[in-house]
Design a protein around this ligand. Structure first.
Ligand SMILES: Cc1ncc(COP(=O)(O)O)c(C=O)c1O
Length: 387
């Protein structure tokens, strides 16, 4: 134990020395410019009430707090089947299979479909959960440059056998979108199977928040679409959408689905309620879009004043401000927090060295006044840091 504690201590010390030590903090009292609650459903009393009503209606049929087992043992209920049918219908997909989280869905899906001798071609910016799925899959993996169609095609043309392509539809670290339609065409040319993670697009993008796979009508060209419920949907969990035979395969072979207790009724009811509410959230989506344009303008004006600031201007809720090196970006984030804003520094090695950033998430419930105050605070703090 002593030797192991020493080893752990060395790892932690290295983190501190590199200025990227992590600790848990509560920032709930600050203005939210960091959560994934893009359209405010997590804080919505309407969602809470609707979910509670559904729960009260269902609980007498179940009389259990927890699911008591995995879906294949004792955790399955007809409500799962009903909700999965509704989810599939909403996204115009053949089937849906609910998972306990997006992380678990990605790890389970990728490690289950990609086998030894297969090749996985992935965008260099995909989420850690997809990386972990790849590690567990035993397939060979190769990255392509972020959103670079030429590089994607180059990588696919180098391979033979079954190939998979992993992308996000809206990227969590750069806030930009994948050219999904073009990617689907390239995948079809090489008979490669595309998996799209829509964690940051569901609820925000496409008709009624159905996501970008729906928006481009490419459901049939994707092997699977992963939607997660912990972000704009304001609750928790995920689903893998795709053909019915994929669902049957996952139920039989996907270890993170098979060997984990099913989601409890409360969570299931909240997912159903969130889907019920999504179509009526159009005014929130419009408000969010207007706020993004407002932020774009203010930020461009400010960044013209500071050559060291790089702003990745985009039309999505995730806005990126690059100010290189871990120490300085941490300083800037902590000063902005001191001024009352919940913003987070994203450090290297999570992002490449020199691309350390503040990731700002805009929400339908933020106001123009909050943005104005934030820009003033950023200006004040940048003046001090660059003196
Ligand atoms: C792109 C992406 N995929 C998957 C996940 C994991 O989803 P969950 O938080 O439901 O585990 C996240 C969450 O951070 C994400 O950003």
């Amino acid at each position: 134990m002593k030797d192991f504690e020493k080893r752990v201590g060395q790892f932690l010390e290295k983190r501190r020395a590199e200025d990227n030590f992590r600790s848990l903090q509560n920032y709930a009292h600050l203005i939210d410019l960091s959560s994934n609650d893009y359209i405010g459903l997590a804080r919505s009393g309407t969602l809470y009430q609707l979910a509670e009503e559904k729960y009260r209606k269902e609980i007498h049929k179940h009389n259990k707090n927890g699911a008591t087992g995995s879906r294949l043992i004792s955790g399955h209920t007809t409500l799962f089947s009903t909700i999965e049918k509704e989810i599939a219908h909403f996204h115009q997909q053949e089937s849906a299979l609910i998972f306990n989280s997006g992380y678990v869905a990605n790890v389970g899906l990728i490690s289950c479909v990609a086998r030894k001798n297969d090749r996985i071609i992935y965008d260099e910016l995909i989420h850690a959960s997809m990386h972990d799925g790849m590690r567990m899959s035993k397939a060979a993996s190769f990255s392509f440059k972020h959103n670079d169609l030429h590089d994607l095609e180059q990588q696919l043309s180098n391979g033979n056998g079954q190939q998979f392509v992993l992308v996000e539809s809206l990227y969590s670290m750069d806030g930009d979108e994948a050219p999904l339609k073009e990617m689907a065409k390239i995948c079809a040319k090489y008979d490669a199977l595309m998996i799209v993670d829509e964690a940051h697009a569901i609820g925000v993008k496409g008709l009624e928040g159905r996501g970008l796979v729906y928006h481009y009508g490419i459901q049939a060209q994707c092997l699977a679409t992963v939607v997660t419920y912990g972000k704009a949907m304001g609750c928790h969990g995920a689903a893998v959408l795709g053909p019915a035979w994929l669902k049957a395969y996952l139920i039989n072979f996907c270890r993170s689905f098979i060997f984990s207790t099913a989601m409890p009724l409360q969570s299931l009811c909240t997912i159903q309620a969130a889907y019920d509410l999504l179509p009526s959230q159009e005014s929130a989506r419009i408000k969010l879009q207007n706020l993004i344009y407002f932020f774009n303008q203010k930020m461009v004006e400010l960044c013209n004043l500071y050559s060291e600031l790089e702003y990745l201007k985009g039309t999505n809720p995730i806005q990126i401000l690059i100010f290189p090196d871990n120490k300085r970006i941490k300083q800037l984030a902590s000063r902005l927090q001191g001024d009352g804003f919940n913003v987070r520094a994203i450090l290297s090695p999570t992002v490449p060295i020199g691309k350390e950033r503040i990731r700002i998430c805009l929400h339908a419930f933020n106001s123009e006044n909050e943005i104005d105050t934030f820009i003033n605070s950023l200006n004040r703090q940048m003046k001090k840091l660059t003196l």
